[in-house]
Write a protein that binds this ligand. Structure first.
Ligand code: SF4
Length: 343
């Protein structure tokens, strides 16, 4: 029964909500699910892994998400905002290492003016590098200006499609506005990325199944799935961590239903298991995001505990990464890694 659901997803890229829930509930065929997701990825995208150099440009955030160490009420964090020269220095270093995509990520804030970000984007683009932004909710016009400056992709996780849970976990934020942002990004021609947190307190398997169907409905170009990890300086500090296997299963089902998209092996997976990201890369993921943030800033960008340690163990050297990948039958890609058929 479970195998036939997995085979159906593999062949038709379609599942009902009931079928997804069966897969999430059952743990007898997880290896088969991971194997089929890996097979699907390999058949369509080969054994190449796209590398994206991550630069964490600011840890200032005006939002107050209960699960995040950067939430504005966490007064224990020393806040920073990189200046343009610091960002360009790291971006140039990444380009010199051969990276073809740079991800500029930061808390949601207005300390960066849009004009300032556009200038940074234009300078990086002059090096023929693809740019992904992950800087939160903006207006349509702001997204448009950033796109016109050269940004190619935008990551904005929905976190959960359960709007009540979302508004409980992200006080003051509107689920409707989050969806509006994703629609705007799609309509402006970005490669739009979303994703979810698995294991949030109060989250049900039914709502996780809804998340997966939502990703299929919006035809997201990239999807990142991370297990919830309790941060000691947040209101959720006593909540149990999410489950890595469940997060991997969600990711594998997404690969079967959205076969050609880009799926990162998230750092949160490695925070729960020393080989977490490599398990992900053999269960449907095809992207790695090595952290290029300098050591001082990286330590201050702790969305969840253990994140900076994973980053620290993360060699920036592509040859070294390639060596690690080869052990799993994988290889570093030399392309910018757009969604198949998009560019
Ligand atoms: S999850 Fe993002 S928006 Fe929410 S507090 Fe953390 S950095 Fe800010």
């Amino acid at each position: 029964m479970i195998k036939s659901i997995i085979n159906k997803a593999f062949t038709n890229a379609v599942l009902s909500k009931d079928e997804i829930m069966h897969l999430l509930n059952d743990n007898t065929n997880n290896d088969y699910l991971f194997q089929k997701a890996h097979q699907k990825k390999t058949e369509l995208l080969g054994n190449k892994v796209h590398l994206r150099a991550l630069i964490e440009i600011s840890n200032i955030c005006m939002q107050n998400c209960l699960y995040c160490g950067l939430r504005r009420d966490n007064k224990l964090v020393e806040r920073y905002k990189m200046n343009k020269d610091e960002i360009l220095y790291l971006a140039n270093a990444a380009a010199d290492y051969g990276y073809k995509t740079i991800v500029l990520q930061g808390g949601e804030n207005n300390t960066f003016k849009i004009a300032e970000l556009c200038e940074i984007i234009r300078e990086i683009k002059a090096k023929d590098i693809a740019i992904t932004l992950s800087i939160g909710e903006k207006t349509y016009d702001e997204y448009k200006l950033l796109k016109e400056a050269g940004a190619d992709r935008y990551l904005l996780r929905i976190e959960t499609t359960d709007s009540m849970l979302y508004e409980q976990m992200d006080p003051g934020m509107s689920h409707k506005n989050r969806k509006r942002c994703l629609q705007d990004l799609k309509s402006l021609g970005y490669e739009a990325g979303s994703g979810s947190l698995v294991g949030l307190p109060g989250q049900t398997l039914e709502s996780i199944a809804d998340d997966i169907l939502f990703f299929k409905e919006i035809d997201a170009d990239m999807l990142g799935v991370g297990p919830f990890i309790a941060h000691q300086d947040t209101p959720l500090k006593d909540s149990p961590d999410g489950n890595l296997t469940l997060a991997l299963k969600v990711m594998a089902i997404i690969r079967l239903l959205l076969s050609d998209i880009n799926i990162p092996a998230t750092t949160a997976m490695e925070a729960l298991h020393p080989e977490g990201r490599y398990l992900a890369l053999t269960s449907g993921a095809n992207v790695l995001m090595p952290n290029f943030t300098d050591e001082l800033h990286r330590k201050l960008y702790e969305i969840y505990p253990g994140k900076s340690q994973v980053a620290e163990n993360n060699s920036l050297n592509r040859a070294k990464i390639n060596e690690n990948l080869i052990r799993y039958g994988l290889q570093v890609s030399n392309s910018k890694g757009f969604r198949l058929g998009r560019k």
